[in-house]
Design a protein around this ligand. Structure first.
Ligand code: KG4
Ligand code: ZN
Length: 350
């Protein structure tokens, strides 16, 4: 089965084609258009995002079809998968309306896909072994989720952030340090020159006495860490030394965040006896995070799979891949398919 995927939940307009059967699904094309316009605002402006999707969605989709060697009329496409939640509703509506129109014109089924379920499937397009059962850590600008994935479609949410998402914390701290938006990559680069001993921040939501069953055993929180960085920024600013402290502050912040994410991910993998750990979301590109999680899970034989940057950030390939799995099970959306700002991941159990 060949599936066209469309993603427009935030500030990437993306289309992709995948084909295959079962877990043997390969990527035929992937086009991602990042809306750089938001950089000047330091965050995504919803209406600008919607309008940019409207301009881009047709050419981006045509390009994905062409790259896959397919004609513009959709011949060879068996179904369409489109992100319908969660995200900016105005942005999602563009992709959903276009996908429904294409499906009607081509007379193929359309399926609404949950964006976070897409992230769970992304790494499987890079690594054939990144398939269930596994522990998943999804860390992006909008979400921070720790899940146990017993099988595709069978998810247990173990922990999530109580305030800022991990990527949001990177972006906010980058702003404090005068680094560009989005801040994850600039912080990672600055931190390479940082002294890990100079500014040590307590890893958030981690203390020795935590037991499985405690509410904070898997949960995460990053706003306190951001405030701790802010305090040090103010001191350095007043002393006129902020520029010199940037690498050290970036390093201290990243080390604390990585320590928490690595320990919580290792707890989840141990608790459910998983040897595979799958990362997803833009923050999964961070090499220090990947290394920290590898260090935490390798003592019990854990192997970490991280997606390539194109598949880590928002993209339509993961939507096509997740949709492919559900379409193979004969799931379809009907004409009432709509967009939702938030919706639980399908297949979530308590
Ligand atoms: O998944 P994504 O592209 O979009 C969302 O769905 O949010 O994630 C974007 C987030 C941004 O917050 C960005 O700062 C962060 O991912 N990010 C990183 C790195 N590259 C991107 N964070 C840490 N280290 C990186 N190398
Ligand atoms: Zn995402």
């Amino acid at each position: 089965m060949r599936v066209l995927g469309i993603e427009s939940s935030c500030d990437e307009t993306s289309a992709a084609v995948v084909s295959g059967e079962g877990n043997a699904v390969r990527l035929e094309s992937l086009v991602i258009l990042s809306q750089d316009v938001h950089r000047i605002f330091g965050g995504v402006v919803p209406e600008i995002a919607s309008r940019a999707h409207l301009t881009a969605v047709v050419p981006v989709t045509r390009r994905a079809l062409a790259d896959a060697g397919l004609p513009e009329n959709g011949a060879g496409v068996d179904a369409i998968a489109v992100t319908h939640a969660p995200g900016l509703v105005g942005a999602l509506l563009v992709g959903v309306a276009y996908a429904k129109s294409l499906a009607a014109a081509w007379d193929v089924p359309v399926l609404g896909v949950h964006h976070m379920e897409g992230h769970l499937f992304a790494t499987a397009l890079d690594h054939a072994d990144a398939v269930p059962p596994f522990t998943a850590l999804l860390v992006s600008g909008g979400h921070t989720l720790l899940l146990d994935v017993a099988a595709w479609g069978d998810y247990r949410l173990l922990g999530s952030t109580r305030d800022d998402a991990a990527g949001e914390a990177f972006d906010k701290v980058a702003k404090l340090l005068g680094l560009p938006y989005p801040g994850g990559r600039p912080i990672e680069l600055a931190a390479r020159d940082g002294d890990p001993q100079r500014h040590r921040f307590a890893p958030p939501m981690l203390h020795g006495g935590q037991q499985p069953g405690d509410e904070d055993y898997y949960d995460l929180s990053f706003s306190g860490l951001k405030t701790a960085v802010l305090r040090k920024v103010r001191v350095a600013d007043a002393a006129g030394t902020l520029a010199a402290e940037v690498p050290h502050l970036a390093r201290g912040f990243q080390d604390a965040l990585v320590a928490t994410l690595a320990e919580k991910t290792a707890r989840a993998a141990r608790a459910y006896a998983r040897t595979r750990v799958v990362l997803g979301g833009g923050v999964a590109c961070n090499a220090a995070l990947q290394a920290g999680i590898r260090r935490a899970v390798s003592p019990f034989g854990g192997v970490v799979f991280a997606p390539s940057p194109k598949l880590a950030t928002d993209n339509a390939a993961m939507i096509a891949r997740a949709g492919h799995w559900r379409l193979e099970r004969n799931e379809r959306s009907d004409a009432s398919l709509n967009a939702y700002a938030s919706l639980p991941i399908p297949g979530l159990r308590d």
